[in-house]
Design a protein around this ligand. Structure first.
Ligand code: CUA
Length: 400
């Protein structure tokens, strides 16, 4: 760790409850100190110079001062170095935060208007409440059923968007027992402000007790294996995912896959997801495209279970390969999931959904009636401007 951890400052910042928190606060305080330093210098000089060099008589003509190269170089270097230091510290923290460490416990997150759904590796599910063990690295594999949300743990100083049709990652290691806030920090509709919850950090032994409390939960790997069978994946990918008419899935995760057309791709969570929903997007070299799309047939939870099952077939690779920053790629996907495909079928999720789904008719009427007055408004103001111009230019020569 390069960065020092600053201690918690009560009332100024949220509690510190993760390994990241002290470091984020350190950068924050540094920014603060830097800002105060420059504000002090600039405002002091502003006041001193305006008094010192004030105009002393009406006829005074200021004496010309030639610049000083030394001074200019010094000032610019100081500013350059201090602002680049913000970049270096910020970039360092960014890499720590968005590079998921190996061997982390994996929790699945699905955002939905307006709740957070969590699933533990054991299969235990929670909504708007999350129990986690202390001193354990926890990796979140996250997506959303409808619109973009953003999962924020203020006490851990970490957050990340959850984006439709894609997996994003987040991780933290809690350092202090307690109950802390969970917020959604991306405006996502009417009840955005209520889309929160709490994270409960427990001693690892307490967590084990808590998680073993409901023994009849099916783990995501188990559920994924059942889906693999019930969806008929075995008929092409083999009963044990060893391959057949379609590529083998054993030891796939984390591997470099050669594709038709000579390109290749790392088989991460996003690639597996894409291949289930849109098999034609990236076809493995040497195999015909036989697979139908499963778009619209699987919920986000089921997709995550299938992906988790496929990951479990590569035990040596399962950890720490997927390094997904919040906005790693901005290319819109081919065949981006539809709202229906994402399960946003309730009227509530449509109502405040920014992706479209405005009731037809309403928009046309509003746009039509709105356009007419605006149009006439601009023409009249344009005409007014034209007549005003000669008037405003004319007095000038008279005044001179
Ligand atoms: Cu979800 Cu704001």
């Amino acid at each position: 760790m390069i960065l020092m951890q600053v201690p918690e400052i009560p009332y100024l910042m949220p509690e510190q409850a993760s390994t990241m928190a002290g470091q984020v606060d350190a950068v924050y305080l540094y920014l603060w100190a830097l800002t105060i330093f420059f504000i002090t210098i600039v405002s002091t000089m502003l006041i001193v110079f305006s008094v010192k060099y004030r105009r002393r008589s009406v006829d005074e003509i200021p004496r010309q001062v030639a610049g000083s190269i030394k001074l200019e170089v010094a000032v610019n270097s100081l500013v350059f170095v201090s602002f680049m230091s913000i970049f270096v510290l910020g970039a360092y923290l960014y890499f720590v935060q968005y590079r998921t460490p190996a061997g982390a416990m994996e929790i699945h997150v699905v955002g939905k208007q307006w709740m957070w759904k969590f699933q533990h590796p054991t299969g235990e599910r929670e909504i708007n409440e999350l129990h986690v063990p202390m001193n354990t690295k926890i990796k979140f594999v996250m997506t959303t059923e409808d619109v973009i949300h953003s999962l924020y743990f203020p006490a851990m100083r970490v957050k990340s968007d959850v984006v439709p049709g894609r997996y994003t990652n987040l991780w933290f290691e809690a350092t202090k027992e307690g109950t802390y806030h969970i917020f959604c920090t991306e405006f996502c509709g009417t009840n955005h402000s209520g889309m929160g919850g709490r994270v409960i950090v427990m001693k690892p032994t307490d967590y084990q007790d808590w998680v073993s409390g409901s023994a009849n939960d099916v783990s995501p790997v188990e559920a994924g294996r059942e889906l693999y069978t019930s969806l008929g994946c075995a008929s092409c990918h083999g009963a044990n995912s060893e391959g057949g008419r379609c590529p083998p899935l054993v030891a796939l995760y984390g591997k470099q896959v050669a594709l038709q057309g000579g390109t290749s791709v790392v088989a991460n969570e996003d690639y597996i997801r894409e291949s289930i929903l849109n098999p034609a997007a990236k076809v493995v070299a040497g195999y015909p495209l036989l697979m139908p799309t499963y778009q619209g047939q699987l919920s986000e939870e089921q997709l995550l279970q299938l992906v988790t099952y496929i990951k479990s077939l590569s035990p040596t690779q399962t950890d720490g390969i997927d390094v997904t920053a919040p906005a790693r790629e901005n290319n819109p996907r081919v065949g981006a999931p539809t709202l229906e495909g994402q399960g946003a079928t309730s009227p509530d999720s449509y109502r405040s959904n920014p992706i479209g789904a405005t009731p037809p008719g309403n928009t046309g009427a509003a746009g039509g009636s709105g356009a007419a007055p605006t149009g006439s408004g601009t023409t009249s103001s344009g005409a007014g401007g034209r007549t005003a111009n000669p008037g405003s230019t004319r007095p000038r020569p008279d005044n001179q």
